[in-house]
Design a protein around this ligand. Structure first.
Ligand code: NDP
Ligand code: CA
Length: 336
């Protein structure tokens, strides 16, 4: 079942059935760096005033809080202190990891480097540990980063891991190859951190489903992940069907991805792509709902960002249920 929300605010408030205490709502969003959005991106159809921080900051906070996520994964964060203050007052705690050589720093009016952030709801979840990584390509550090966190549900003691990243941008075969290498390093990092713990791996991968990295992640035998937005409309039996053919599993999933997660107009024209994902461990996490994206008419002819939408990416909001692990046919809890 997919939440069909017709209000422009896309508030995710539908109750989720099942064992409510085991539900996890994740919000994944590239919020658009203030410095890059205002001075570098060239959003030619967005009014200048709509790109000011004064205008955007409340829209960003509103989008996050109205969805009431338990875990928030953000990219292009260059106002972490602001978010930490506001979200802190709403019972969230956060981790920030900046890009080592953020392009923001080369722009005069910057507010520091941009990077990834993970926030979690303190009354529901307890941070058990986290790690950060500068992603490597052919053994050399790149300018892209990842964060991984281990969270424990206070009600049951069950644990899960969440990881987020923002891979290298721009088009071209070489860059697709580079993203794939970053993805391989990301997998190594996340596997080492999470072990057998159920995983939510999300971010702005800057890659359409046809790019090699999509197959690298979904085809990875170590992690055995599915894609939440691709799986949400399937019956659970269909998702868990053991696939003999990995290539077929990946291409089926690819076809079910949403039509876009980012939609903007630059000087060179319109860019409408699916490049943001929420990957998850299907045998330990049940995907229950995914928040739909606004339709073209709702977004408006100038696309995003706009007075209405503070980022050129839409937020992905997913409801999961954390399932017990079955060890020797017996339920085991509080495991790692
Ligand atoms: P990326 O190539 O990953 O992109 C940086 C940002 O630019 C991303 O947030 C990306 O957003 C955005 N972006 C993507 N496409 C465009 C576009 N067509 N026009 C404007 N912005 C776009 O950056 P890296 O971290 O690898 O850093 C490289 C960049 O940083 C260089 O391109 C350079 O401009 C800048 N830089 C400048 C230096 C200097 O001036 N001396 C030194 C170091 C870096 P999204 O992911 O949402 O697509
Ligand atoms: Ca961007």
């Amino acid at each position: 079942r997919c939440l069909q929300l017709n209000s422009l605010s896309r508030v995710c408030s539908a109750p989720v059935e099942g064992d409510a205490s085991q539900n996890i709502r994740l919000l994944q969003w590239n919020i658009l760096s203030q410095t890059l959005g205002q001075h570098n991106d060239g959003f030619v159809r967005c009014p200048e005033e709509a790109l000011t921080w004064e205008h955007r900051k409340y829209l960003i906070v509103q989008e996050i809080l109205q969805n009431q996520p338990d875990v928030i994964c953000l990219q292009e964060v260059d106002h972490f202190k602001f978010l930490q203050t506001v979200l802190g007052s709403q019972n969230y705690a956060g981790i920030f990891f900046p890009k080592p050589d953020s392009p923001c720093l080369y722009i005069e009016q910057n507010n520091g480097p941009d990077g990834c952030a993970i926030f979690y709801k303190r009354d529901k979840l307890e941070l058990q540990g986290y790690d950060t990584r500068i992603l490597e390509v052919w053994r050399v550090q790149s300018n892209q980063v990842a964060i991984a966190a281990r969270l424990r549900m206070r009600s049951s003691g069950r644990e899960f891991c969440v990881a987020t990243t923002h891979l290298k941008a721009r088009h071209g075969a070489l860059l697709a190859k580079l993203r794939n290498e970053q993805g391989r390093d990301l997998i190594r990092f996340v596997k080492q951190f999470a072990g057998e713990t159920p995983l939510l791996l999300c971010g702005d991968f800057n890659a359409e489903p046809v790019e090699p990295i999509y197959a690298t992640i979904l085809g990875c035998d170590l992690l055995r992940l599915g894609s939440a937005y691709a799986d949400v409309k399937l019956d659970r039996e269909e998702i868990l069907q053991p696939s003999e053919d990995v290539a077929e599993f990946v291409s089926d999933s690819m076809k079910r991805e949403p039509p876009y997660t980012t939609w903007k107009i630059r000087e060179e024209g319109e860019e409408c792509h699916t490049i943001d994902y929420v990957f998850y461990t299907p045998d330990r996490l049940k995907i229950k709902n995914c928040l739909d994206f606004p339709a073209g008419e709702q977004i408006g002819k100038n696309r995003t960002p706009s007075y209405q939408y503070p980022s050129d990416h839409f937020s992905l909001v997913c409801d999961f249920e954390l399932l017990p692990s079955m060890e020797n046919g017996k339920e085991s809890d509080g495991e790692n």
